[in-house]
Ligand binder design. Structure first.
Ligand code: ADP
Ligand code: ZN
Ligand code: ZN
Length: 736
């Protein structure tokens, strides 16, 4: 047998792959890219992925080890997915092995077989005999099979049927049992599609023309303008062509309401992939898509990695949402990756938003993307009226101006619901001593501890450190230690006192810890009756609260003076999203924004002329400052318990890059990449570590990536400063 080695990607941070000898007695033909293998790496047992076989290796023969086991005959990852992983590893300068981990469900990464997703399923027989069923439970069970041919055993038991009842149907020759991959239940209600209004029709026509080839399309449509209806029509067309559709939604946008809307419209299985699933459910969803049983996949960020052999369309709802960017490990943007995936697959991508990111808007305005617009609310709903309310020199009660409280009273008395938005959970953002000015600070971060009352404790929202509330000031012994400012808990308490006749519900991460809790709360709110909802941005997105007619935004000012260059963009998006919750149905909505800066020009532009107008102004600003999207950016971040070392690593990285740039571009006056920093992060110390950053800007993407390549090599081979952790963030979402 001739000599060969297997080139394997291992789930390690190292940006390289590893050569192994084949497992005992196996031939080269048995190895194909995309198969999983088990290997020993040092003392660890790892699951890797075959990338290639070769007839030579740079590793000395003595050092080559045979791999332990080949886990797949047919490749688990197909060639096009492998190519996409190569792209990701290159673009984000990340280890191929770690990139591949995103493509493979956890159970398979641990070495399970595909069959472990199988379940006991009951299937209707082809030509069931005509029998009279006696028991009413048995009749009910049979009716289920008349609606749908297959039912997982677990689903039937959860609906209250017993094994004996299933067996009796089987004995009657009606159904049979099988071990197989269950498909998602089809709950089609054969709902009628709305008749599209003229704008929707036009948009549908424009985007439909792009089906069958790659084309990014921005669907810019105000909240409630009927974007989802357009998605549904596009999906209908894709399904008619025998293709699959992928719908990506923000983390908190994947509500049962959204899902139901898609399930109810189509009589095809709809797969769901989100963080609330267990490993087995994920594997099932992944296989349902990969094997073609599921025709629509709705999922959050990581669903973008799911294999879909007949992919015909990708939809990204709320494309501007920050949850599409992963903030640790492989810092990828699911939106940007979806574009690359669509390009390779030759299918269009619809980027939907009421408040598109400046990147996407820029691409649409320059003609790179199709730009479709919906400017009117669909159906009968009217856009909410927005109003800035100055609180400068105004007396406030519980943080609210009198006219705002009067307005709340009016809406509640009319039987409507009021939403109060404040992006700060807890009771108060600060615990301070009135006698000496002492403040409770986190001992691990440059940050204040947040005071919580339910249950009572101090909590750092940055590192999760928690401690008890001191009864007296640790500095001067005074008893006048109290919370300063207000968070959701305090507002809930105060509003309960001010409006004793109405329930006040709090919606934040502390009250809604699970998806189930949110669904319950949602149902309560939906069942109606006047009430006040006090919430953080959990309330801002995707949800439909038809009885909310007044939205009060309490702390819009916090975002207006952000140190980050995307601060205003993100604030404006949040304000619009929150405002969009008001008056979605027949009763018109109002939005009141309390501010100290009622003459803030950008805030006024947003309110008077809308998000699009503000976005154009912000784009101009970005252009004049050569900031993204007019330049490309990467951020090298370091952190270390030793401040000096965190800073030093970046200084050395900077010196290295400067030298490299000068050598490479000695013929040019200006180097194609501008380096800024290193400087401390805005919160310099977090969780006990000091944080620094170095910013890289380039006009051309290629120049930035060439530099990033050598930078990463430099850092990987760097000796000394071993305690410093670093990462390179390509297209970072913020510089905080
Ligand atoms: P968006 O996704 O832009 O927020 P939706 O598609 O959710 O908007 O539509 C908002 C509301 O308007 C929904 O209740 C939807 O059922 C309704 N709607 C959408 N299009 C129409 C239409 N053409 N006729 C009547 N109602 C519509
Ligand atoms: Zn004190
Ligand atoms: Zn902390």
């Amino acid at each position: 047998m001739s000599f060969f080695v297997v080139d394997i990607a291992l789930p390690l941070p190292l940006r390289r792959t590893f050569d192994y000898l084949p497992a005992d007695g196996e031939a080269r033909e048995q190895y194909r890219p995309g198969q999983r293998v088990r290997v020993e790496f040092g003392r660890q047992l790892l699951t890797g992925v075959v990338l290639a076989t070769r007839d030579h290796s740079d590793v000395p023969p003595k050092k080559l080890r045979p791999l332990l086991q080949r886990l797949d005959d047919a490749p688990l990852i197909d060639a096009s997915s492998l190519a996409l992983c190569q792209w990701l590893a290159g673009y984000y300068h990340h280890s191929m092995g770690e990139v591949l981990e995103h493509m493979i469900p956890t159970m398979l990464r641990r070495g399970s077989s595909l069959a472990e997703a199988d379940e006991r399923v009951w299937i209707k027989n082809q030509a069931p005999p005509a029998v009279t069923l006696r028991g009413s439970k048995q009749q009910a069970l049979w009716r289920l099979f008349e609606e749908q041919d297959e039912w997982p055993h677990s689903e039937l038991t959860s609906q209250g049927f017993t094994l004996a009842q299933m067996r009796s149907l089987a004995d009657a020759g009606l159904i049979r049992e099988q071990q197989k991959l269950p498909l998602p239940t089809v709950i089609s209600e054969r709902q009628k599609f709305h008749t599209l209004n003229a704008q929707q029709q036009e948009v549908l026509r424009q985007i439909s023309a792009e089906l069958g080839h790659f084309r990014p399309c921005l669907l810019e449509g105000v909240t409630g303008s009927g974007k989802t209806e357009v998605y549904l029509r596009l999906i209908e067309k894709v399904l008619e062509q025998g293709q699959q559709a992928l719908v990506l939604v923000p983390e908190i946008g994947l509500t049962p309401q959204t899902v139901r809307r898609f399930q109810a419209r189509f009589d095809v299985p709809v797969a769901l992939l989100h963080s609330g699933l267990n490993d087995r459910e994920r594997l099932q969803g992944w296989r349902q898509c990969r094997e073609g049983g599921a025709r629509i996949l709705i999922g959050t960020r990581s669903a973008v990695f799911t294999p879909l052999p007949d992919l015909g369309l990708i939809i990204i709802d709320e494309e501007h949402d920050a949850s599409f960017k992963q903030q640790d490990g492989l810092r990828y943007s699911a939106r940007d990756f979806a574009l690359v995936r669509a390009q390779k697959a030759g299918v269009p991508v619809v980027l939907g938003s009421a408040t598109p990111s400046l990147e996407t808007l820029h691409n649409a305005l320059s003609g790179k993307y199709l730009h479709a617009k919906l400017t009117l609310r669909a159906g009968n709903a009217r856009a909410p009226g927005m109003k800035l309310h100055s609180i400068l020199h105004q007396p406030l009660t519980a943080g609210f101006a009198q006219p705002v409280l009067a307005q709340m009273q009016k809406h509640l008395s009319n039987g409507k619901q009021v939403l109060v938005f404040i992006n700060r959970r807890g009771f108060a953002p600060l615990l301070a001593c009135r006698d000496c000015g002492w403040m409770a600070e986190c001992r691990r971060c440059d940050a204040r501890m947040t005071l919580h009352h339910y249950p009572p404790h101090l909590h750092c929202h940055h590192c999760d450190f928690q401690q008890g509330i001191p009864a007296i000031c640790p500095n001067c012994g005074s008893e006048h230690v109290e919370g300063v400012g207000q968070g959701t808990e305090k507002i809930q308490d105060q509003l309960s006192d001010l409006f004793p006749a109405f329930p006040v519900r709090r919606v934040d991460r502390d009250t809604v810890r699970t998806k189930q809790a949110f669904d319950n709360l949602y149902d309560d709110i939906h069942d109606g009756g006047p009430c006040i909802l006090v919430g953080t941005q959990m309330l801002a997105k995707g949800h439909h609260f038809p009885d909310v007619t007044l939205v009060v935004i309490l702390d819009a000012d916090a975002g207006l003076f952000s140190a980050d260059f995307r601060g205003m963009e993100h604030s404006a998006q949040l304000i619009c999203q929150v405002a969009g919750r008001a008056g979605r149905e027949d009763s018109p909505g109002e939005v009141w924004i309390q501010t100290l800066y009622a003459d803030h020009p950008q805030l006024n532009l947003l309110l008077d002329d809308g998000y699009h107008a503000l976005a154009l102004a912000l784009l101009q600003e970005r252009q004049s400052q050569q900031l993204p999207p007019y330049s490309h950016m990467a951020l090298l971040r370091s952190e270390c318990e030793d401040r000096g070392q965190a800073q030093q690593l970046l200084q050395q990285a900077r010196a290295f890059m400067q030298q490299w740039l000068q050598q490479e571009h000695s013929h040019r006056h200006v180097t194609p990449v501008t380096l800024l920093g290193p400087f401390p992060a805005i919160m310099e110390r977090r969780a006990g570590r000091f944080r620094f950053q170095l910013q890289l800007y380039a006009e051309e993407r290629r120049a930035l990536h060439r530099l990033a390549d050598v930078l990463v090599q430099f850092l990987e081979n760097h000796k000394g400063l071993n305690k410093v952790r670093w990462h390179l963030d390509i297209d970072p979402l913020d510089t905080l």
